[in-house]
Design a binder for this molecule. Structure first.
Ligand code: HEM
Length: 333
């Protein structure tokens, strides 16, 4: 299906008069225009490794990645925001984009973040919140009045923010849980389809996050690079299976803790690279590139994400490249 088809299927273009161009423009309005970089999650580092499936995921999905065996993976750890030189901060949202290269030639691309729910359930809400969050010169913080006005109109965001506050960030990328937040549909060999969300749960024990800010402006990335230079890092891929009343179109709402959880295997990351030609820098982690056995849910954010990531990718691909703020060789020296 073309990107236009996704827009139509998502229904967000016609009803809300928002386009991928306007949303990418808004990122530039809020964070500035930084040629060659992603319009969101601009600061990042590339990684590679593999996923070892234990076979348990086949109970819900026929995707070959869930059969026992190993699938090569490339990925990118990132911090949210459109400023590629931003100083690392504990409360900046951490991202992990992954491409699983299935042996049958299919790909599974997924981009996850370290918060338990997403703040918005509509594209318009996301677009309006971006502007309300724009830092004010002087304080460097959002205008409290604008944010209060936004939250008064968006109780779903206020509720989501309360949940997010109960999950303070851990100390680094290595001990973060990364969540898909959007729901998808999984279909198994017998044709049964169930809603799923997925998470990558760290094998590394969680340590509490810093309360004082380290002086090193890349402290989160540097720590990740130091660890990956010494040993691999691992996360368990956990599929959470939704039940009929669980919302699939609203990532601001958590599903009950009691839902079935399937540990489908382990992601091992064993190599780290500075963003550069041919690595994950030049990948679009489009959440709608899915293997047979996983399909999109009715969440309107999915088609919007797909279209906007494509717009961001198109812009950055045609722009001159600048070096990444995160340089693996400097940390390894
Ligand atoms: C469940 C909600 C979301 C999650 C989990 C998520 C996660 C991520 C992650 C991890 C990345 C970085 C991927 C990379 O390293 O390339 C990313 C990039 C990006 N996100 Fe999202 N995101 C979400 C919602 C949205 C929404 C609603 C929008 C706008 C409509 C958006 C716009 C972008 C853009 C423009 C990029 C850069 C894409 C590129 O140039 O490759 N995201 N997102």
């Amino acid at each position: 299906m073309s990107a236009g088809g996704f827009l139509y299927a998502g229904g967000w273009l016609s009803s809300e008069k928002l386009t991928p161009v306007r949303i990418a423009d808004r990122f530039e309005e809020v964070h500035g225009k930084h040629a060659g970089f992603r319009r969101n999650h601009a600061k990042g580092v590339c990684v590679s490794g593999y996923f070892t499936s234990n076979g348990s995921g086949t109970s819900v999905s026929k995707a070959s990645v869930f059969r026992p065996g190993r699938t090569p993976v490339i990925g990118r750890f990132s911090l949210s925001g459109g400023k590629p030189q931003a100083t690392d901060a504990n409360d900046t949202i951490r991202g992990l984009g992954l491409v699983f290269a299935l042996s049958n030639g299919e790909q599974w691309r997924t981009a996850l973040i370290n918060i338990p729910v997403f703040p918005d359930n509509t594209v318009q809400g996301f677009y309006d919140r971006l502007l309300a969050s724009k830092p004010v010169p002087g304080t460097g913080q959002p205008d409290p009045q604008k944010m209060a006005e936004f939250l008064a109109k968006h109780p779903e965001t206020a509720r989501a923010q309360k949940i997010i506050k109960t999950h303070p960030p851990t100390s680094g990328f290595d001990d973060s849980t990364f969540n898909s937040l959007n729901a998808f549909l999984a279909t198994n060999e017998t044709g049964v389809t169930v809603p799923v969300r997925w998470s990558l749960v760290p094998a590394q024990p969680a340590r509490p996050g810093n309360t004082t800010k380290p002086a090193d402006e890349n402290y989160l990335f540097d720590s990740l690079i130091v660890q990956l230079s010494a040993h691999p890092l691992q996360w368990n891929l956990v599929l959470t299976v939704g039940e009929p009343d669980d919302p699939t179109d609203d990532p601001t709402v958590p599903w009950p803790e009691s839902r079935q959880k399937i540990t489908a295997g382990t992601l091992t990351i064993d190599s780290v690279q500075t963003e550069g030609v041919g690595n994950a820098r030049d990948v679009n982690f489009d959440p709608l590139v899915l293997p047979d056995g996983i399909s999109p849910s009715d969440d309107p954010l999915l088609s919007a994400r797909s279209a906007v990531y494509s717009q961001s990718f198109t812009r950055r691909s045609s722009e001159p490249k600048q070096p990444s703020a995160v340089d693996v060789s400097k940390v390894q020296q």
